[in-house]
Write a protein that binds this ligand. Sequence first.
Ligand code: FAD
Length: 504
Amino acid sequence: MAARKEKTFRFVIVGGGIAGVTCVEQLSSQIPSADVALITAGLHIKAVTNYKQVSKTLEEFDVEEQPSSVLAEKFPDLTIIHSAVKSLCTQSHSVETADGRVFGYEKLCICGGGRPKLLNWDSPHVLGIRDTDSAQDLQKKLSRAKRIVVVGNGGIALELVYEVEGCEVIWAVKDKAIGNPFFDAGAAQFLIPSLQVDKPELAAPCKRTRYTTEEPEPGASHTFTADRNARRRGSGPTEAGSALGPDWHEGIVLRGAEQVSRRVSVEYQCEVEKIFTSAELLDSSQQTIGAENGENEGSWPVYIQLTNGKTFGCDFVVSATGVVPNAEPFLHGNNFALADDGGLQVDDHMMTSEPDVYAAGDVCTACWEHSALWQQMRLWTQARQMGWYAGRCMAAHVLAEPIELDFCFELFSHITKFFNYKVVLLGKFNGQGLGPDQELLLRCTKGREYVKVVLSGGRMVGAVLIGETDLEETFENLILNQMDLTPYGEELLNPNIDIEDYFD
Ligand code: FAD
């Protein structure tokens, strides 16, 4: 990086997603005279609005995609630079942007987010959903589609499969049950009937974080079928960059070319063996599932062979197999310690292994010794918490003040919505890392609620609450105070006991 520094800022934050913007806000409010620059690839930023602390660790907020001028108005001393960081030189404390400018920093925070793990980058028939552009691309392609294959079992796949209408969906999941990162097989079983019924005409009151945008420019398998007659709202935005957040599909019509029904077939315990064109299919001896049902071989634009031996023709494949940290632009010439998942390793002060370089959000991997009840998941809430805490640490370090790991990293907690149910996840909700030393208590009312409590040594260490259970605060307290619940046994989930009063 030979070019001269145009300017050196005290703090430079890279990335206008939730982590970066929250970090900027925190720094700018804590040190009003701070010389802060935000460098971001897109024209828009993500802002947290209507933030609400629901309980000690649970939080809810809306996310708005806003022009960056809104942030500039709020913090007049903030400098916003619209360009991607092309390279970083930690030795000279400088970054170079795609438009050839070089900026110095005293302290840097990398909040570059993640990028989708795509199955096959070369095929025009494989889509990944990451940002608003890719969501619009999906919408456009879907409007002409009769069958798609969705690969992946995380939050994005769950939402997509539920939202798509008017198009047959083959859903390939590598696990024994849907939604594996979030649920066990019991919860998956509770949710699966939702794929068989019509979606509500109007969205039910939605408490989750909401994503809003500006007006746009233009093996074993289960099969479920349901007639549909749904109406969707207007369409989505245009700028690229930040990850979409919860409700990314709201405001985007996810409707295929078929007028009749929602049809979802789940292919369990399989991954993608191969993706090929119709010409390649015709050259091979491959038999497709469609051909067995009378379809003309080679009539679909793309074919996907799964490891369970089945081959499906479809209009396109959606790769919803998660994201990888977007650390690449920052690595060359530097000595960052990387975690196994490719994230920039950060310690309990959000510091990377390079001096004066912090990282927050999807790009980083939390490598401090975690509390027994917390784990990192690349979710919106954690991006906000990390950005906020990184800002506090950067400020504390320049002010030479002590700072301790924030309480929000004490207990994993997440509120979201899947298949129109409120979902609350607490602590080791799937018994993560507990091995055989765990006991589960379950309460389930079909179509209404699913409550799972994870106990270890008689103490509550995690919970999954689906539906309007109203149990989150009490369970959060029981997890945090680690009270011995052995005397209560199964009474803990007795629906006739007001548990809130009980432990008051
Ligand atoms: P991002 O929001 O990705 O922001 C990264 C920023 O860095 C962007 O502004 C980008 O332009 C900028 N940038 C990247 N590279 C550079 C560079 N070289 N130079 C300058 N700027 C750069 N989470 C939930 O909690 N609930 C959900 O329901 C949910 N649904 C999701 C659905 C989808 C489709 C996706 C993709 C993600 C979803 N997530 C969800 C995850 C959530 O959106 C992310 O965890 C969160 O947005 C991460 O925030 P971030 O600030 O770290 O990164």
